[in-house]
Design a protein around this ligand. Structure first.
Ligand code: AKG
Length: 330
């Protein structure tokens, strides 16, 4: 399965595209099973030390963690932390690798960025719990989380719900067509600690909710504003988000991981127009077709090539070019 000419045109015009049924149920099952295993193990361990009464072993994938959480929020939270790990990638076993390398997905990604595909180590597993503050992700562009020298290149986010994503359980919302206008002003210390584009900085374009079935794939550019709101059901809205870029697109090198802390100034402006220089740093190039992912906070590739696309239009919002602009990834 790959993208049709119409789908490609739509992606570039709207800044997003839903590819229905990219993953069939059997494709999702290994990952769902692996996540269930983490939940099961966490629940059994908490039960063994008397911190959880009911492990809800009979509940299906979409309900087990929420049943635990709604009954005992502390236990539910502890298990959720296991799933999410330090940066939302608490599971990095083979089912995740298979998902990142899913052939139909890679075909679609190839249509967008060419055949030298880097599957980023920045992937996220999101068990969005009912009413859970941290499950709501405020308006942002993924480019808000990468260094400015990445902004002028296409880095594709692929968001895949592992259960149906609805208006009620907190599907994604996007702002269409504004991805061509460059980076918006992001602020650190937004809702639940995420980077956030405040309402007054959002473009005057009506957001679009994107309800999806499990296994559909939402493809977004790194400059497409998106957000998700409260889960008002009693089920978990499980999803993953993956990122891909061409091997000759720069990465987040130049940022010292040790500087990547939540203690940063909470009002620092997050983004600025990229400097019109080409990237130069070089590290090993990994391709999604051949190399397993790691779960660090940086993308997995850099390039010796000059920038392939012209710098995005300057004049949006300014901040000092040496201002660090990341506190934690979404
Ligand atoms: O899954 C969500 O609710 C938010 C996803 C998101 O912000 C992203 O994939 O960048």
């Amino acid at each position: 399965m790959s993208l049709t000419q119409n789908e490609l045109a739509l992606f570039h015009r709207q800044g997003y595209l839903v590819k229905p049924g990219l993953f069939i149920a059997a494709d999702l099952k290994p990952l769902q099973d692996a996540l269930t295993e983490i939940v099961d193990q966490g629940a059994r361990e908490l039960q063994a030390i008397g911190k959880l009464t009911n492990i809800h072993a009979d509940k299906p994938f979409g309900q087990r963690l929420s049943s635990i959480y709604l009954e005992d929020s502390e236990a539910g939270q502890a298990i959720t932390s296991r799933v999410m790990g330090k940066g939302c990638g608490g599971y990095n076993g083979s089912a995740m690798l298979q998902t990142i390398r899913h052939p139909a997905l890679l075909s679609c990604i190839e249509n967008l960025i060419g055949p030298d595909i880097v599957g980023s180590s920045v992937y996220r597993i999101r068990p969005k719990l009912p009413g859970w503050d941290r499950g709501e992700v405020p308006w942002h562009q993924d480019a808000g989380y990468t260094l400015a020298h990445c902004d002028r290149h296409l880095i594709v986010t692929c968001w895949v719900p592992l259960v149906d994503a609805t208006l009620e359980n907190g599907c994604l919302h996007v702002i269409p067509t504004v991805h061509r206008n460059g980076i918006l002003k992001h602020f650190t210390g937004g809702h639940a600690g995420f980077l956030e584009v405040p309402d007054e900085e959002l473009p005057p374009v009506e957001p679009v909710p994107v309800p999806m079935n499990a296994g559909d794939a939402l493809l977004l550019t790194n400059l497409t504003p998106h957000a998700s709101f409260e889960n008002r059901t009693n089920q978990v809205r499980w999803s993953i988000d993956l990122r891909y870029q061409s091997a000759n697109v720069p990465n987040n090198v130049d940022e010292d991981p040790a500087a990547y802390t939540p203690e940063r100034d909470p009002v620092t402006m997050a983004c600025y127009p990229p400097k019109p220089t080409s990237s130069s740093a070089t590290t090993a190039t990994q391709t999604a077709r051949s190399i397993p992912p790691t779960n660090s906070d940086n993308c997995a590739s850099a390039t010796k090539q000059p920038a392939l696309t012209p710098p995005a239009a300057a004049g949006h919002h300014s901040r000092s070019a040496d201002t660090p602009h990341k506190i934690r990834h979404n």
